[in-house]
Design a protein around this ligand. Structure first.
Ligand code: GTP
Ligand code: MG
Length: 208
């Protein structure tokens, strides 16, 4: 189960981690993050215009963090995407497991980002696994892509059927939330055993 808590004003500042989601139009980026954050699914296609921004307090490694997700719609690879990657802690590249073009598109994306603003960690999520019987992107191509591009995490998921979405994002966050960050945050101003959430806020948590 995902370890997410509702974002509430008034909760003391926690370390902020920025994830940026990039992938071809229609591969399911928005639905993946809607599934992870709200446990919902949007069947009707509504293209993201520009960038959607979502923020939540999460518990990762038993620590509160503020997750910021930048869900990039169709932006120009050369001019716009590099700009939105500035300050990103981890880039999540998304493709549709049934759409080879959506996978190949990521090679262009990585090239331009690596050449410009982004040197950090990259994860890869193949979405729409529920339609996997028609899966077109080959495992061998995925493995080569991961090796070539130093991908730190790769999984195939389904936003629709909620297959491995929570576990994947939790694992991705664990890759960037380091114990040492605690020392640089306002968390160290609080007793380790002091909960930052009121009991009312705790009861709204969708997870343990
Ligand atoms: N079968 C299936 N369809 C999905 C899944 N995820 C998303 N879709 C569908 O694919 C379409 C596009 O989903 P979005 O999440 O809007 O895709 P996006 O990548 O955000 O698209 P842009 O905002 O245009 O970049 C919608 O009709 C979704 O219902 C999935 O896991 N399985
Ligand atoms: Mg979208």
């Amino acid at each position: 189960m995902s370890k997410i808590k509702e974002f509430n004003e008034g909760v003391p500042t926690t370390p902020i981690y920025k994830l940026t989601l990039i992938g071809k139009s229609g591969c399911g980026k928005s639905n993946l993050i809607i599934r992870y954050i709200h446990n919902k699914y949007r069947e009707a296609y509504r293209a993201t215009i520009g960038v959607d921004f979502l923020s939540k307090i999460c518990i990762i490694n038993q620590e509160n963090i503020t997750l910021q997700v930048w869900d990039c719609g169709q932006l120009d690879i050369k001019t716009q995407l590099p700009m939105y990657c500035i300050g990103t802690n981890l880039l999540v590249l998304v493709y549709d497991v049934n759409d080879v073009d959506s996978f190949n598109y990521l090679t262009d994306v990585i090239k331009h980002l690596r050449d410009t603003t982004y040197r950090g960690k990259i994860a890869l999520l193949g979405n729409k696994l529920d339609r996997g019987i028609r899966k077109k992107v080959q495992d061998s191509d995925i493995n080569s892509f991961c090796q070539l591009n130093d991908i730190v995490f790769s999984a195939q998921v389904s936003a629709k059927d909620s297959i491995d979405v929570d576990t994947s994002f939790d694992k991705i966050l664990r890759l960037i939330v380091k114990k040492s960050d605690r020392n640089n945050s306002t968390l160290d101003k609080y007793d380790e055993n002091t909960s930052l959430l009121t009991s009312k806020q705790k009861s709204r948590s969708c997870c343990g």
